[in-house]
Design a protein around this ligand. Structure first.
Ligand code: C2E
Ligand code: MG
Ligand code: MG
Length: 616
């Protein structure tokens, strides 16, 4: 007996890399049997009168059977697979008698179990022409070629398998409104892209790159308002229209996803003719055109952000890349720019801001995070301490000490400024009540935000707090800083009048830094003006600062205000201010902000003594 010629393995298809990537994306390998596939293989076996019918997927080193009739094995090595030969054939791949075919005669599947003689397979091709495997029928006896009707049946059944594979992939991965791929699909596609890029990088091959773009067609509050005013049907129509406009402005190779309400994403592969900036500019322009609903024009102001995929060397996964692109879209909305690239520095700042704000809520109830320091205020003529300013301090459990210069402006952008002011006022009033009990009587200034004054109940809440602590109104005053955030000047005026009526003085803080300092003086019923430290710091040497400060002191005095200077760090500045008629001073020269016990100790030790501090 002559031994059969050696086996001839199938050639590897030229698009093998894309083919394997597509196979992975369909997520079929190693999944349990599914009735819909088994019905087709059963039908194939019956129609073609074959004992074995298989749906075989050709993986890198094996063929794996998604469905199998008449065969026990779940997989075989790829080198034995008849189906591997079928991948490269245009139509059906048929072997009439494998034992007589040089390519298969030595194949263990021919020489041993299941003793294949006849094979007919139809490739399972994706829409873009990649063959994942085959639907095939196998017989243990040699057979003549299939009849035209049988060929057609096998081809139709293979198309049914492929249609089912496609449909199976789409379930749960499409947005019901636009039928675009959804967020789950987006994340999976990006993960597949990243895995592919990593594999190529490892094998030293060129890595494909792309831009991930997030398009917010409208700001979230605008979308909510559209839904509220015109109803969900209009909001849906808006999304469909936005999807159409975006789609029309994308290059052919880009894929569009519908992530969530009014939020879309696309992946723009780098490469020949890729014009990212041009595409982003066109997207911004098309979304700027008003949308029309029931004859009502709706001008949305969204944002567009993009990031690189793979990320800039930090191994970011799909979720992180999506977050980065969304953050850039948010920045584009905030800064009213047509689009923004992801900016790691800016992103870290906004993540920190978020962490700070989240921590602040806990800080109000934690016992050991917030505290108040007291910085003495000195009468410049007598050197006596005439009061102190309460300054809030916060030690975050993870981030450590955070300056009020950082967290107060953040709190002012949220609803947190009100509990912040209440926390400080309560802490100061408890301390003042304690000091009064011990005979220490000095007025304490509390910093408040202009936003506090927008609340119609602010003055009455302060009055209630004073009552609760048994402190007379004259022992506290409020420092307010002009703020661009103040919207309701009339309400602020009413609150300030009520505070004055209670007997609480108001100081204008950081005077000279606002944009309308003079009109401010007219509107705000204050009694004290605090000149901002940026004019004080280099007062002894800067002539322009001297002119500004001197005229501010004169103007304020003419209008009947007392003048305080903050940020005094040298004796020369102290002396200059005293000589030019400034009433009160505050600064590191006299004392830094002190804890309550340290403040008491400082007072007991005689307070500020200019002689002792005079430099040698
Ligand atoms: P501000 O009210 O103008 O307070 C003066 C700031 O200057 C304080 O900074 C103080 O420590 C600092 N300072 C005082 N003397 C000197 C000096 O000689 N040199 C220098 N370089 N700095 C000096 P701090 O405590 O960091 O507070 C910053 C700002 O945060 C305050 O400015 C105020 O606007 C705000 N803030 C502080 N505590 C509170 C609070 O309880 N509530 C509110 N709403 N804002 C607060
Ligand atoms: Mg202040
Ligand atoms: Mg100030």
């Amino acid at each position: 007996m002559t031994s059969p010629p050696p086996m001839q393995p199938a050639a590897v298809p030229i698009n093998e890399r894309d083919r394997l990537a597509a196979l992975r994306r369909f997520e079929l390998l190693d999944t349990p049997p599914e009735a819909a596939f088994d019905q087709i293989t059963r039908l194939a076996a019956k129609v073609l009168d074959a004992p074995i019918a298989l749906i075989s997927l050709i993986d890198e080193n094996r063929q794996w059977f998604k469905s199998r009739i008449g065969l026990d094995a779940r997989e075989t090595p790829r080198e034995f697979a008849f189906c591997a030969h079928a991948l490269s054939s245009d139509g059906l791949f048929v072997v009439n008698d494998a034992s007589l075919d040089a390519r298969f005669a030595a194949n263990p599947l021919v020489t041993g179990d299941p003793n294949i003689r006849f094979y007919a397979g139809a490739p399972l091709r994706t829409a873009d022409g990649l063959a994942l495997g085959t639907l095939c029928v196998i017989d243990r006896k040699a057979r003549p070629s299939l009849s035209p009707v049988e060929e057609e049946s096998l081809r139709d059944l293979s198309a049914m398998v492929m249609a089912h594979i496609e449909a199976r992939r789409a379930v749960g991965y499409l947005h019901p409104l636009t039928a675009l791929s959804n967020r789950f699909r987006f994340l999976k596609d990006i993960d597949a892209f990243l895995a592919d890029a990593a594999r190529l990088e490892d094998s030293g091959q060129p890595v494909p790159r792309a831009a991930i773009v997030v398009v917010d067609a409208a700001a979230s509050h605008q979308y909510a308002e559209l839904t509220r005013v015109l109803g969900q049907v209009s909001a849906d129509a808006f999304e469909v229209d936005a999807a159409r406009r975006i789609g029309e402005n994308l290059p052919a190779r880009a894929k569009l996803y519908h992530l969530s309400a009014a939020r879309f994403a696309c992946v723009l592969p780098d490469g020949e003719g890729a014009d990212l900036e041009g595409t982003l500019g066109r997207l911004a322009a098309t979304l700027r055109q008003p949308f029309l609903f029931q004859n009502v024009p709706f001008a949305a102001s969204g944002g567009i952000g993009c990031t690189r995929c793979p990320g800039d060397g930090d191994g970011a996964g799909s979720v992180e890349l999506l977050r980065a692109a969304t953050s850039a879209a948010h920045q584009s909305l905030q800064e009213q720019k047509p689009w923004c690239r992801y900016d790691a520095v800016q992103d870290r700042a906004s993540q920190r801001a978020f962490q700070v704000l989240r921590g602040l809520t806990d800080a109000f109830t934690a016992r050991d995070q917030l505290s108040v320091l007291y910085q003495p205020k000195i009468d410049l003529r007598t050197n006596a301490c005439v009061g102190a300013e309460a300054l809030l301090r916060w030690t975050h459990p993870v981030l450590g000490p955070i300056s009020p210069g950082e967290f107060v402006p953040l709190a002012e952008r949220t609803a947190l400024v009100r509990p912040l002011t209440e926390w400080v006022t309560t802490a100061v009033l408890s301390q003042v009540a304690l000091w009064h009990g011990r005979g220490l009587r000095l007025p304490i200034s509390i910093n408040i935000s202009m936003l506090d004054l927008a609340s119609a109940t602010f003055a009455s809440r302060v009055a209630a707090m004073l009552d609760r602590h048994g402190v007379e109104a004259g022992w506290i005053d409020f420092e307010v800083t002009e703020s661009a955030l103040m919207m309701d000047r009339a309400e602020a005026g009413r609150q300030l009048d009520q505070l004055r009526h209670l007997g609480i003085e108001v100081e204008i803080d950081d005077f000279g830094t606002g944009q309308s300092a003079l009109s401010y003086l007219k509107d705000i019923p204050a009694t004290v003006v605090k000149i901002d430290q940026r004019f004080i710091r280099s007062l002894a040497s800067e002539r322009s600062d001297q002119i500004m400060v001197r005229s501010t002191i004169d103007l304020a005095h003419d209008l009947g205000y007392q003048v305080v200077a903050e940020g005094i760090e040298t004796v020369a500045v102290y002396d200059w201010l005293r000589d030019h008629g400034c009433d009160i001073g505050q600064g590191y020269l006299m004392a830094r902000p002190l804890t309550a016990p340290a403040f008491e100790g400082w007072l007991a030790a005689g307070g500020y003594s200019p002689v002792a501090r005079e430099p040698a």
